[in-house]
Design a protein around this ligand. Structure first.
Ligand code: OOG
Ligand code: NI
Length: 450
């Protein structure tokens, strides 16, 4: 029997391969990675406390390879197979996102590593959306779309065989891991050859741009890869200086002393040339599929903290959505009500922290440190580091979908969130992000006492 490599290793290989592929497909991505890398170095050089804290938590090393991607699939079968693909790489579905409320006919999850060690090895995540065909009003078009999707196979025979092999044997050897990565990459590659005629493309596009994007091609092309910056405002300024056409509004919370959750900004999708098979000829047209995005990640919030975030965000958006020119000011004003120092955030139970004995704490005999964590922290016997948010935000994701679909179309579907149907299509329940963060925090508390 050959030795199996760890799923973390396969995920690292895959993330690296995706990054290489996307760099050649979308050169702007390479520019973003360089720009973000340079800014991260500056931030860490200017803030030794942050550098030390990130080194302590194991987060410093992952930063340079940290990114997320997004794809959109059309059928339950595709989603369920993707779940198996990602499981080979130690990535599992976390969270349920309903985007129909924002006028996007999909619901989604994020595939990502679950535990602290795996996240530090490589936190690669993929936001994955399933088209909700039932939201297409025109019954004939709906059936046509379903028939087109039923005919395609987005996975190579080699990928399918290796998934089965991995499930059967409990892992893959090094050589098979490489083969797996090469095979799976095919699923996410961009194809400028549509599988539908131009009139069909237009009909799908009229139903919703996203329907055309999902149904008209051979596979679910990766539509962005997002590096993580430690200062999104600096990155945004630098992009403007270089003439990159960034979205006006940064999604998520405003700039703060203690970053929370996730801030994101994206760039106009590329206008891509597409060939349509029309009889014997090939017709030409364009399609917007891929875009650029960067993000800054901060403290993972507890349900209490998240409720406060949702309330304040809704307050800032109440007047005129995120469109108004003074939106960033309203956001800043609303979030004055959100504590912005780690001691308060921790004591009020708004965020999750990882506790660790300091040198002084380790020097004490175990029976003298049987104290509440908060007391240990106060006495300098333990440190509390913010646990980083690893997931996504539905309002932000909707904003990113909207801006990259190009049009200003704003419609809301009357549809309800339907997590049950999503999990049925996926073939498994999605994990609860809060429980995962709470587990990481609790494990660190247990280790303090041990
Ligand atoms: C996904 C958009 C959501 C994010 O970072 O919130 C997303 C998509 O456009 O398919 O990637
Ligand atoms: Ni994204």
């Amino acid at each position: 029997m050959t030795d199996h490599v760890s799923p973390d290793h396969i995920r690292s290989l895959f993330s690296q391969a995706m990054s290489h592929m996307y760099r050649t497909e979308v050169p702007l991505y390479g520019t973003l990675v360089e720009l973000v890398g340079a800014i991260n170095e500056q931030v860490l050089a200017a803030d030794p406390d942050l550098a030390a804290q990130m080194a302590r938590s194991g987060e410093r090393e992952r930063l340079d390879v940290e990114r997320h991607g997004a794809i959109r699939v059309g059928t339950a079968q595709e989603l369920a197979t993707l779940r198996r693909v990602f499981a080979v790489m130690g990535m599992h579905p976390v969270g349920y996102y309903d985007l129909s409320v924002a006028g996007v006919p999909v619901h989604s999850t994020a595939f990502r590593p679950l535990d602290a060690d795996a996240l530090n090895r490589n936190p690669f995540r993929v936001f994955c959306s399933l088209l909700r065909l039932e939201l297409i009003e025109d019954a004939a078009l709906r059936e046509q779309a379903a028939a087109i999707l039923a005919r395609r196979q987005i996975f190579t025979p080699g990928a399918l065989a290796l998934i089965e092999q991995c499930e059967r044997d409990g892992g893959l050897g090094e050589e098979d891991a490489w083969r797996f990565v090469v095979e799976v990459l095919e699923t996410f590659r961009w194809h400028n050859q549509a599988t539908v005629s131009l009139p069909t493309y237009r009909a799908l596009h009229d139903a919703h741009r996203l329907v055309a994007d999902v149904v008209s091609f051979r596979g679910p092309h990766i539509n962005h890869l997002t590096p993580r910056t430690l200062d999104i405002d600096a990155a945004q300024d630098e992009m403007q200086r270089r003439g990159i056409d960034a979205k006006a509004v940064i999604e998520g919370p405003p700039r703060r002393h203690c970053p929370i959750l996730l801030r994101q900004t994206s760039f106009k999708a590329l206008e891509e040339n597409v060939h349509f098979p029309d009889g014997d000829d090939s017709a030409a047209g364009t399609h917007t599929a891929r875009f650029g995005e960067i993000e800054q990640r901060g403290l993972a919030l507890t349900p209490k903290g998240r409720a406060l975030y949702d309330t304040l965000l809704a307050q800032a958006r109440a007047a005129e959505g995120s469109a108004g020119g003074d939106y960033m000011q309203r956001l800043q004003a609303a979030f004055a009500a959100f504590p912005d120092d780690h001691d308060t955030l921790r004591r009020e139970g708004l965020g999750y922290y990882r506790y660790e004995l300091t040198e002084a704490g380790r020097a004490l005999p175990a029976d003298q440190r049987q104290l509440p964590a908060e007391v240990l922290v106060e006495r300098g016997l333990a440190s509390a580091s913010p646990i980083v948010y690893e997931d996504f935000l539905p309002v932000s994701a909707a904003g990113i979908f909207q801006s990259n679909l190009g049009g200003a179309e704003q419609r809301a579907y009357a549809a309800q969130a339907n997590q049950r149907a999503f999990e049925q299509a996926l073939g498994a329940p999605v994990a609860d992000g809060f429980a995962l963060y709470a587990g990481i925090e609790q494990a660190s508390l247990d280790a303090l006492a041990a």
